[in-house]
Every structure is written in C-alpha cells, then in structure tokens.
Design a protein around this ligand. Structure first.
Ligand code: BES
Ligand code: MN
Ligand code: ZN
Length: 497
C-alpha cells in the first residue's frame, strides 16, 4: 500500500473514505471537533445512537455525510481517551484497513488524532506495520487466488502542522520497511518444507544480495563446512537428502572498521525430530522451524530498505532433521567446530547442534554483539505462551537493550536466568557435554548449551518457539521478531524517533 502525508482540513479531502477516531464511543475527540458544523452535527447525532464503542461495533461506516467531499466516513472507536496510545491507534487502524480492503474502497485518509501529537513517530510506524499485517495474504500455493476485487491501495495521513509531516514520513518509511521484512519472513516460513529447503533459502539470500551493493550473500556447502570442522551441524543434515547450507549475509552500511552486529538464525526447514521422532499430530508445523533464519533475512532486507549506517552480518545454518539410516542416533558423539564433543541424547534437540557451529563461525566477524534467534524449545511455549519471546544471554546491557527495543515496538521479550546450576544439567559421562539437560528448565538448558560456544563475545539468545507463528484457524507465521531486531538496529543508529 502507498502511504502519503498531507496537511488539510477534513471537509476538503476528496477521498473514498475519511477515517475519524472517536473516544469512548461518544462525540468527542479532536477529529470530530475539527469538522465544520454541518458534518459535525450529523456525525454527533449518529454517535448518540450508541452503536459505536465498548462492547458494540468497533467501527461504523457512514455514507452521504453532508458537508464533506469524502464519499464515506469511517468512525473508528479508539477506546478510552485516558489510556490512548500509539498501539491502540494502530490496532484500530488495522481493523479499519481490513474492513475497507473488503469493501470497494481503493483510497482512504485518516485524520491523525491530535491526541497522538507527542507519539507521532510511533503512531506512524505502527499504523504502517498493522495496516500491512492486515493486508498480508499468503496464496502462493493456491491455484485459485481469492483476492479482493478492488484492493485498498492508498492511505493518506492528514495532520495539522508542517513540522509533523517530516516525523510522519520517517515513521512511515521505517514502518513499511519493517512490515516488508516481516512479510518476507512470513512468506519463507509459510512455504512448505518441500519447497523451502536449505537450497531455497540460500537462493533467496542470493536474490536479496542482488538488491544492494551493500549486501553480499554467500552460502557454504557441506564440503566447505566439513573443512571447517562443523561436525555438529553436519551430523544433523546427514540424515537428510537435502544438502545443508550455511548462509551468510553481509550488510556493510557502516564504517569499514566498525564491528558488526551478528544475527544468527536457526534455519531448520523441517524438523521431524530425527530418530527421536516427534508425534505425528501437528508435525506439519515443524516447517516453521526456520523462522529464526527467516527473521534474519527480513531484518537484513529492512537494513537495505532503510540504508542503515551500520554493519550487520546474518548467519543462517540451514538443514532438515529427518529419521534415516545415516541420521544421528541417541548416544552418538560428534565434534563441534569449537572442538567440544557432544553426546546426542535426543536427536530432536537439533537446533542447538546446527547453531553451535554457526556461533563459532560468527567469531571471525569480530562482532560487537551476537544475537541468535531460534524456534528452539517447546518448553519456551509452556513458559511464555505465544505472546512473549524468551531472552537469555551473557551480557546484561545487551539483554536490556533487547528488552527495551521489544517494548518500544510491541514485540516483547522476557529474560530468563542462566547460571552454573542449569549448565550442570548438561554434563555427560562420555563427552564434553550432552545436547539435552534432562527434566526441567528446557529453555534455559538449551541456552546454556549455546552459551558454551559464545564466550568470546557479547551474546543474547531469543527463543521464538511461541512467538514466530500462530496455530489453529489463524495458522501462519507472525514475522516476529523482525520488529524487535530492526528497532534495536535503528536505535543503534540513533534513528528510532
Ligand atoms: N523445533 C523444536 C522446538 C519447538 C517445539 C518449537 C515445539 C516450537 C514448538 C526443537 O528442535 C525441539 O524439538 N526441541 C525439543 C528439545 C528437547 C528434545 C530437549 C523440545 O522442545 O521438545
Ligand atoms: Mn527438534
Ligand atoms: Zn527444531
């Protein structure tokens, strides 16, 4: 969708639909107050009937409102004025956009409520993100596309003062880049495992690399990984006919000598569990086990779109995890690139096996910080559900930075503890460590495993097992945590306001 900004009074706007925010379902709010007497009276009389707000309708679509050039008016309930914020405005707008997109409305205009004047950046950004979320459609694999005949293609944000235009333009640019990154992540994740293979991801990375001279994409082959000694990663892909890839995206937008932020994303394109096979119910959802990698792609694409002045490296170890005569067996011992030996007590704890070698590989980029993103543990879904990402790591400042970025952009994370007591759960009688930590604290012991490979730099781990996709009738990828990661980078560039 196209986003425009404008200064105008509501009665002069020629649009197919003028969107006005209303507080408490009643007649007030700046958008109503700014109307000339004739349309104002009409709208107030309509609102008096009480159909809008509270448990009633979230929006009302009016036709033929006198004294306006707009063909329609959408009255959008913004809830209580005292608890109003950018998130509420954006989610109400999401609802409005979804409704108008279904109708024959191609262009609309929002009178940005003056109540959002002191949060205009967040409001503009969040409106773009939530509008794009509503317009997102994944029908690549359907032979009959069921798209709206007259899709919504234009939203104009109308403000009062000239100086607000610049803030809003910047906010919309950031919001649309983040949304496009989320859409890329969603598309990759929603694709099935037979299409989105490690090679498909590697090709996608190369396609991204062609978008900008600042972005370079490469993919290591199994042979190259072998030479590097990536015995843990390769042990997972040995049970699959699809060759593993170690995908590397290098975005150089910052000073040549400035240390990069390295993002490492789990790119397991299908996780059947291997010999420790998963139950069959719901196993299709394990095509989403590459959502960490997809979020790295999405974030790097946003870096390109925003031309961020920072260096960012994306590393995506990618493989399948299947049962096979050559697959890992419980009790097998493999040697990681770092030299640590690992006893594989459960072949379904494969994410950490591919990540540990990628995390060792990350050392060569002299990282300012390394953040890994992975659908790592079912235990994280038990602990935090589908709302909050699990955060662990070895650096308090980096962890706080991530928490703050997540809160800013409504993509929240919550930190869990890590210490020696948990690490000891990984002790093995036969190797340097086991790949599982036994009963209790599955998310923490998984992070402790990764922590053995991240001692040389500042590191944080995001467990997105609960937040990367939704199940049930809403089944689909969420694009998280692209917002969180992009916000962190924007803030490092001092651009997020
Ligand atoms: N990809 C899964 C984690 C997962 C499970 C994500 C359910 C989302 C929903 C991961 O590879 C896995 O299988 N983890 C095991 C670890 C266990 C064997 C220690 C798990 O969580 O059951
Ligand atoms: Mn698994
Ligand atoms: Zn997995």
């Amino acid at each position: 969708m196209h986003y425009l900004t404008k200064i105008a009074s509501p009665e002069t706007l020629t649009t197919q639909c003028l969107i006005l925010g209303v507080f408490d379902g009643k007649q007030h709010g700046s958008s109503i107050d700014r109307l000339p007497a004739t349309p104002k009276k009409h709208i107030q009389a309509t609102l008096k009937k009480g159909d809008l707000g509270g448990k009633a309708a979230q929006s009302l679509l009016l036709y033929g409102v006198p004294g306006l050039k707009a063909e329609r008016v959408l009255l959008m309930d913004l809830g209580e004025q005292k608890s109003f914020d950018a998130k509420k405005l954006a989610s109400a707008m999401g609802g409005a956009i979804a409704l108008l997109n279904k109708n024959a409305v191609r262009d609309c205009a929002l009178m940005v409520p003056e109540e959002s004047a002191d949060m205009l950046y967040a409001a503009g950004r969040d409106i773009a993100i939530s509008s794009e979320e509503q317009l997102y459609l994944f029908d690549q694999c359907k032979s009959k596309k069921n798209r709206p005949k007259k899709p919504l293609g234009k939203l104009t944000l109308v403000v009062k003062e000239r100086k607000q235009l610049n803030t809003l333009k910047k906010a919309l640019k950031h919001g649309t880049a983040i949304a496009a990154g989320m859409n890329l992540a969603k598309d990759l994740a929603n694709l099935p495992g037979n299409i989105c293979t490690p090679s498909y991801l590697a090709d996608t990375a190369k396609r991204l690399g062609r978008k900008s001279t600042k972005l370079k994409a490469t993919a290591l082959t199994e042979k190259q990984m072998q030479r590097l000694g990536m015995g843990a990663l390769l042990s997972v892909s040995r049970g699959s006919r699809e060759p593993a890839k170690l995908i590397v995206l290098e975005y150089r937008g910052g000073k040549e000598n400035s240390r990069p932020v390295v993002l490492v994303g789990k790119g397991l394109t299908f996780d059947a569990g291997g010999i420790s096979i998963k139950p069959s119910a719901g196993m299709d959802e394990m095509k989403y086990d590459m959502c960490g990698g997809a979020s790295v792609f999405g974030t790097l694409q946003a870096c390109v779109d925003l031309d961020l002045p920072i260096n960012v490296i994306g590393i995506v170890p990618s493989s399948e995890n299947l049962p096979d005569g050559e697959a890992n067996k419980p009790g097998d011992i493999v040697t990681s690139m770092a030299g640590l030996t690992i006893e594989i007590l459960n072949t379904d704890a494969e994410g950490r096996l591919i990540l540990c070698d990628a995390l060792t590989y990350a050392e060569r980029f002299r990282p300012a910080a390394v953040i890994d993103i992975a659908t790592l543990t079912g235990a994280c879904v038990v602990a935090l559900g589908h709302h909050t990402t699990g955060l662990l790591g070895n650096d308090d400042k980096l962890a706080d930075e991530l928490l703050k970025a997540g809160d800013d952009i409504h993509d929240p994370a919550w930190r869990l503890p890590m210490n020696d007591d948990y690490r000891k759960q990984l002790e093995s009688n036969f190797a340097d460590m086991a790949n599982i930590g036994g009963k209790g604290a599955g998310t923490i012991t998984a992070a402790c495993f990764l922590g053995e490979f991240t001692k040389k730099y500042k590191w944080a781990h995001l467990d997105i097992a609960g937040t990367a996709w939704k199940g049930g009738h809403e089944k689909g990828a969420t694009g998280r945590p692209v917002p969180l990661l992009t916000q962190l980078l924007l803030k490092r560039c001092k651009l997020a306001e």
